[in-house]
Design a protein around this ligand. Structure first.
Ligand code: GTP
Ligand code: SPV
Ligand code: MN
Length: 625
């Protein structure tokens, strides 16, 4: 690669020409030039993705207080970042889809008229990088040049976003070299929105985590652009992730006949050495990373990680649905990650990690709720305040996260880097439900599977702003991530039937069912392998099932619970489908679907009617329908 001309620094005075840049692509140069004129940074730096660049930026952030280096004997190569207390999660109320027609964004997105939004963005971005460096960050989602991959360029005034993008995407010279004249790439403009020089030329000192109370996370699916202002955190700021790989990519995928979904991707090998690839959509903070890195409690089973958050799935030449993980790293939830729940992640986090909003131990290591059973006697909490186990607030923010390269994951599958992807055998839909949703149920066919995806509802988590615990509908776990009308998303899923000859089987799962006393009925984590075993058994035609109105659940004795401390009563409850609760669920679904109007596929409406019929058949009705 052209390493000699990358990480080129230029004063803005030079930007109209941008001489000596590591690209000659006129469209890219023109866009960088226009963005620099708008945001008025002191200098422009083209990122090459090298270790030298990473070391330079992290050293700079240590000097400015953005990063705290961790104890190299405890956590080599690792850093802690503490965000501003008002910038800790995705901001769904400030996430916009700008399409010409309102109905193209649909009732579940915040729609904005594109010209009006552009004018608003022009206002907030004017001079927003004054006194700062504008980094140009070329990246590829998916292996560079792969048939399922997409290219992007993010400009940002956040060095934290730069080093995070290096971990989370294929970032740097190789991606830039692929963005030749005429090649499609998605531009993303990101600013933390805290210029160091005001309109009158007065300077102000920087802070450790610059951001702005006013936030915009704006998407233009029709022109394939992203504009993000005011936040430095996660999905708001690492534009390759939710913004490109889900909101923009979902719209591209609909046009081109594939799927961009909020799903983990795993390779499962049975004791008989049969290989299955599973994709699973669960809402944010509902168990994707944990399932992706699961260490099966059942002997002989093996789970290998391909992805933990996003899957792109295209009809392959072999008539199968083929999936890749477009990301190159994991931005995972820290709280709840411990040796007993996710030992693979604990091993993965030994070195070269950026932690954000976890607690700091007195010897320079990290801690969060759930890492160990006993909390340390003294910590510095995520806000930088002294903390003891008696403190009334958690030591780590509930949405504290780690950023780590996929190659650090001890369970990473060899197929992780395969540009052609893996064939998907089964799709799992799930949510966090204390009641109603059984441990596992199989859809009878693709169309019932689409209904199952459309019907996901889940208790809200700390991954986004809002009331934690509140139940909300989250079709396909994509409510905050679909870049177009939710009803069209359902139709698009249905249409895959015409594009894919051998469709995956579809299952719903729920690890989070609780008893009346509030305890989890199912042990979860590694024990979820028992559910995977039943699912793989269904794929092979060896596992027995029983019909319920919500789908096929394990027949008595079909789920291996040997050696498991789950009472027969709890197991019965886990696999039960309560008619009253499901009728209430059907009523809620009808209310949720109402604003979809004519965009609600008739088939989905029919499945709702069928569900009610099965739950409450007219006298003499045939339950086997
Ligand atoms: P995002 O990165 O936000 O998309 O989240 P995710 O879906 O990857 O969720 P993750 O695996 O990080 O899990 C979130 C929380 O759920 C963590 O605190 C986990 O410990 C907890 N969790 C995951 N799997 C299980 C399970 O099987 N049972 C129980 N009880 N909790 C689980
Ligand atoms: C999620 O919220 O689903 C995440 C974290 O994966 S973020 O990247 O912040 O969106
Ligand atoms: Mn996610």
């Amino acid at each position: 690669m052209t390493t000699d001309v990358t990480h080129e620094t230029q004063d803005v005075q030079d930007t109209p020409e941008l001489s000596g840049t590591p690209t000659t692509n006129p469209a890219l140069l023109d866009w960088v030039r226009r963005t620099a004129r708008l945001t008025q940074p002191d200098r422009v730096v083209w990122c090459d993705g090298s270790q030298e660049e990473f070391d330079r930026l992290t050293a700079q952030m240590v000097a400015t207080g953005t990063l705290i280096p961790l104890n190299p004997s405890k956590r080599p190569g690792s850093f802690l970042a503490r965000s501003a207390p008002g910038d800790v999660a995705r901001v769904e109320r400030r996430t916009f889809i700008a399409s010409r027609r309102r109905e193209d964004a649909g009732p579940t997105n915040n729609w904005r008229e594109p010209d009006a939004l552009r004018e608003e963005l022009d206002g907030v971005f004017t001079g927003s990088m004054r006194g700062r460096t504008m980094y140009v960050v070329p990246f590829s989602m998916g292996p560079v040049g792969g048939p399922l991959s997409l290219l992007g360029v993010q400009v940002t005034d956040s060095p934290y976003a730069v080093v995070s993008m290096r971990t989370m995407t294929r970032m740097g010279s190789e991606a830039l070299a692929a963005i030749t004249e005429g090649t499609a790439w998605v531009p993303g403009v990101h600013s933390v929105g805290m210029p160091l020089v005001d309109d009158l030329g007065r300077t102000r000192p920087d802070v450790a985590w610059p951001c702005n109370d006013l936030k915009h996370v704006a998407h233009f699916p029709e022109t394939r652009e992203i504009w993000s202002f005011g936040s430095g955190y996660g999905g708001n700021a690492l534009l390759g992730k939710k913004c490109l790989a889900l909101r923009i990519a979902s719209a591209v995928a609909r046009e081109e006949g594939w799927l961009a979904e909020h799903m983990l991707l795993v390779k499962v090998t049975s004791p008989q050495q049969r290989v299955f690839h599973l994709a699973a959509a669960f809402p944010s903070a509902c168990g994707k990373t944990n399932l992706a890195m699961m260490r099966p409690a059942l002997p002989g089973w093996r789970v290998e990680t391909i992805g933990d958050d996003i899957a792109w799935m295209r009809p392959g030449p072999d008539g199968r649905l083929r999936a890749i993980n477009p990301e190159a790293g994991f931005f995972g939830v820290a709280p709840g990650t411990g040796w007993s729940t996710n030992p693979t992640a604990m091993e993965m986090l030994r070195e070269d990690v950026i932690f954000t909003n976890v607690a700091l131990t007195d010897d320079g290591d990290v801690w969060w709720e759930g890492m160990t059973e006993e909390p340390p006697a003294h910590l510095t909490d995520w806000r930088g305040n002294p903390w003891t186990p008696d403190s009334p607030t958690p030591a780590a923010h509930p949405n504290a996260r780690f950023t780590v390269a996929a190659t650090r994951c001890p369970s990473l599958a060899a197929e992780f880097d395969d540009p052609e992807g893996v064939p998907v055998d089964a799709i799992l839909f799930g949510g966090r439900r204390r009641t109603t949703a059984p441990l596992v149920a199989q859809a009878g066919d693709w169309s019932q599977g689409v209904f199952a995806g459309a019907s996901i509802s889940s208790e809200r988590t700390a991954a986004a702003e809002g009331a934690v615990g509140e139940l909300r509908h989250d079709p396909f776990a994509m409510l905050p991530f679909t870049g177009y009308h939710v009803g069209d998303h359902l139709s698009h899923w249905l249409s895959m039937r015409d594009r894919v000859e051998h469709l995956p089987a579809v299952f719903s799962v729920n690890w989070f069912r609780r008893g009346e006393d509030g305890r989890f009925l199912w042990p979860g984590f590694g024990e979820n392998a028992r559910v995977l075993e039943w699912i793989c058994g269904r794929l092979e035609g060896t596992a027995a099932a029983r019909h319920t109105p919500a789908g096929l659940v394990p027949a008595p004795g079909a789920l291996d619970v040997d050696g498991l401390d789950v009472s027969p009563a709890d197991l019965a409850e886990l696999l039960s489908v309560d008619a009253a609760a499901w009728l209430a669920e059907a009523d809620q679904l009808e209310r949720f679907f109402a604003p979809f109007g004519a965009k609600l596929p008739a088939e989905v409406r029919d499945h709702l009617a069928l569900l009610r019929y099965r739950l409450d058949p007219p006298t003499g009705g045939d339950l086997s329908v």
